[in-house]
Design a protein around this ligand. Structure first.
Ligand code: HEC
Length: 107
């Protein structure tokens, strides 16, 4: 069982590092679930510093995020910083939602 789990981990990180295509990265993600997670946990703080519905933070001109992988990393960082304890799957759902709605990365 231990062997199987570590095999699975290797396999997963391999597939993630090999796929550069956003469609592949997000193929199993649920952007609708991501949207509601995002509304519940993420908007209020962005809105208080950026105004409106807070989405200006995703569309600002100076933007450090350039790829869907970078976006997933940023979502993970916020999740860790906030102590939300989201599962990988939930991080991916939110990243997929943000990509679909704002970033539109293709890779
Ligand atoms: C406590 C306030 C706060 C909360 C809550 C918060 N964020 Fe942020 N977030 C920020 C700030 C401040 C920045 C800008 C950081 C910077 O300029 O480097 C940011 C930046 C980001 C960015 C990068 C925007 C860009 O394109 O440059 C993403 C993506 C993001 N947050 C996602 C999330 C997600 C997902 C959540 C919910 C899990 C979340 N944030 C919750 C404060 C917050």
């Amino acid at each position: 069982m231990v062997k199987f789990t570590s095999f699975l981990c290797c396999f997963l990180s391999l597939t993630i590092s090999l796929s550069t295509n956003a469609n592949d990265l997000f193929s199993k993600a649920d952007a609708v679930a991501g949207k509601s997670l995002h509304e519940k946990n993420c908007i209020s703080c962005h809105a208080s510093s950026f105004g409106g519905d807070g989405s200006a933070i995703y569309t600002r001109e100076y933007n450090k995020i350039k790829t869907s992988k970078g976006l997933i990393t940023q979502v993970r960082n916020c999740n860790t910083m906030l102590g939300l304890k989201w599962f990988d799957e939930e991080e991916l759902n939110v990243a997929a939602y943000l990509n679909q709605t704002y970033y539109k990365f293709e890779k």
